[in-house]
Design a protein around this ligand. Structure first.
Ligand code: RB5
Length: 200
């Protein structure tokens, strides 16, 4: 039994106090709850040893500023970021950068891609030309979630000239945190991927 004087952390301290309570049933219930909380805490400590998410970013000049801001934002969350450019405001063509992001994701060099241009459209078309890429242009958080749950999207495309910065960040957070549901959606996603190989 933990003695109050021996308690080294707040959880132990509380448990020691509860063990002095006169109502036995409540005492047992609270101690069982503490054991459960400890187990959950231990599990989350183990989870933190999981490898970090790897994200590759790319943009044309029209998406440069948002791409840079998102790269910083992700880095601040301990996500491993690779920035494929563009790196200056000089006019460049979005197909090059959309394809580069798509290739990195398809090759397994990154878990997810972020592609930004002025509208989020051209760069998305480019990324989708790469076998294994499921790129989506996103304007809101709900679409970001659904694109992961139902479509197993692996590249999120954003339009710097159309989307607010806070919405872009929240949509990106949700996109990266949401798991594919699988089940009935898995067959459809396989059919999507097969469309490219059928044309080869
Ligand atoms: C560049 O001016 C612009 O056309 C491009 O960033 C993108 O919006 C294309 O879809």
């Amino acid at each position: 039994m933990i003695e109050l004087a021996e308690a080294t952390n707040p959880l132990d301290e509380l448990q020691a106090v509860i063990l002095t309570w006169p109502v036995r049933g409540l005492q047992c219930y609270m101690c069982a709850e503490f054991t459960r909380v400890r187990e959950v805490n231990d599990a989350s400590v183990q989870d933190s040893s999981e490898p970090p998410i790897r994200v590759v970013l790319g943009s044309d000049h029209g998406g440069l500023s948002l791409k840079n801001e998102l790269a910083q934002y992700l880095t601040s969350q301990a996500i491993v970021v690779t920035d494929l450019g563009t790196h200056t405001a000089d006019s460049v063509d979005y197909p090059e950068f959309g394809a580069a992001v798509g290739r990195a994701v398809a090759a397994g060099d990154a878990d997810f891609g972020v592609a930004v241009c002025g509208s989020g459209l051209g760069i998305c078309i480019a990324a989708n030309k790469i076998d294994g890429v499921r790129a989506v242009t996103i304007h809101d958080v709900t679409s970001a979630r659904l694109s992961r749950e139902h479509n197993d999207a692996n590249v999120i495309c954003l339009g710097e000239r159309l989307i607010g910065r806070e919405v872009a960040k929240e949509a990106l957070d949700v996109f990266l945190a949401t798991e594919f549901e699988g089940g009935r959606h898995a067959k459809r996603v396989h059919s999507l991927d097969a469309l490219i190989t059928q044309q080869m």
